[in-house]
Design a protein around this ligand. Structure first.
Ligand code: SF4
Ligand code: SF4
Length: 343
């Protein structure tokens, strides 16, 4: 596949034409912050965003998703396979999508996620502004770069380079006045994306494998976990904003006739008190993670060890959203993990 170049003057016309022809979801301003939302013209698109409030996972797994509708003994699956162009995704969020792709593909393929995901086109974009709480520069390994995108856009003086990686990426070129990028433009794009990796103000102090081992060995240190979780409100915000958290709760909604209804799934959070509570029948129940410390430990174990060992990369991409979302300011993986490494 090929790298292309478009001038800054022609870029807006490209975005507007593409968004007239296809549904484009990209970063937009929302008051002082940014969100992924529908882009209907180039004026909406804010490629200079630092980080969005919610990650783009919400496009493929909405906060509430109807899986099945039923009426008596008849039921119908509700699969949304309308592809979108997810445009302007930073590399750490593409890594988040890579992780959810793997998890939703393994064993029983999750068609409700995969139908829309596989029909969609993902275009990455370089980070023009670095969010204060991010630490993506110090997480993962050299081969844990993003993989699931179709093209990657890099802004530079005078225009943009678009590196197309798949046919879906290549198909976007028809919407604009793109020409073949020169070798100098391609190497300038590489340099821009390499240089930004040193720009995070926060850093993890150890490698992912050292962290995985130490965090696992800290499992039984009850005092450590209850101290780390002392101020936790169990609100679940750190899960909600995380690009790699994917747990959901399934609930049936019955219509008033008590015959028909729908089965929905909703985002769920392992930090909330009820997450691991199960019924034992006869009015009794069991909560497998009753204390805040146990729930806090579970989140860090998932990010740093369990999924790290399974995927070969931490289930944290260093976006810093959880740090910014936590009212008590105790969720920041850099602070938590660096503290564990010192014990
Ligand atoms: S744990 Fe926090 S920093 Fe890591 S990916 Fe999730 S939200 Fe981002
Ligand atoms: S760590 Fe922070 S964001 Fe997460 S549940 Fe506790 S208080 Fe809420």
């Amino acid at each position: 596949m090929n790298p292309y170049f478009i001038t800054a003057n022609d870029f807006d016309a490209f975005v507007t034409k593409m968004s007239k022809d296809k549904k484009v979801i990209g970063p937009k301003a929302k008051k002082q912050k940014f969100v992924f939302g529908e882009i209907k013209s180039a004026d909406h698109l804010r490629l200079d965003y630092d980080v969005t409030i919610l990650p783009p996972k919400k496009v493929f797994t909405p906060t509430c998703q109807t899986l099945v509708t039923f009426d008596g003994d008849k039921f119908e699956g509700n699969v949304d396979n309308d592809g979108v162009i997810l445009f302007g995704v930073h590399f750490y969020d593409i890594r988040g999508i890579d992780i959810t792709d793997l998890l939703f593909r393994e064993n029983n393929r999750d068609v409700n996620y995969l139908a829309k995901r596989e029909a969609s086109t993902i275009v990455g974009s370089n980070i023009q502004n670095v969010s204060k709480r991010s630490f993506w520069g110090s997480i993962g390994t050299s081969d844990s770069g993003p993989k699931g995108h179709d093209a990657f856009l890099t802004k530079m003086d005078g225009g943009y380079v678009l590196e197309c990686l798949t046919q879906k990426g290549e198909d976007l070129v028809k919407f604009g006045n793109w020409s073949k990028a020169s070798a100098a433009q391609v190497s300038e794009a590489e340099k821009i994306n390499k240089d930004v990796m040193d720009k995070c103000s926060q850093k993890l102090s150890h490698s992912s494998s050292e962290i995985a081992e130490k965090v696992r060995n800290s499992f039984d240190n009850q005092e450590l976990w209850s101290n780390l979780a002392e101020d936790c409100f169990s609100c679940g915000s750190c899960n909600t904003v995380c690009p790699t958290c994917y747990c959901f709760d399934v609930q049936d909604k019955w219509n008033l006739n008590q015959v028909s209804g729908m089965r929905n799934r909703y985002w769920d959070s392992c930090l909330t008190e009820d997450f691991a509570k199960v019924s034992l029948g006869a009015g009794s129940e069991e909560n497998f993670r009753e204390t805040r410390g146990e729930r806090f430990r579970h989140r860090i174990m998932r990010k740093a060890t369990y999924l790290n060992e399974k995927l070969g990369t931490p289930a944290c991409v260093g976006c810093g959203r959880c740090s910014a979302a936590c009212t008590a300011d105790i969720a920041d993986p850099v602070n938590v993990i660096n503290k564990i490494m010192e014990v």
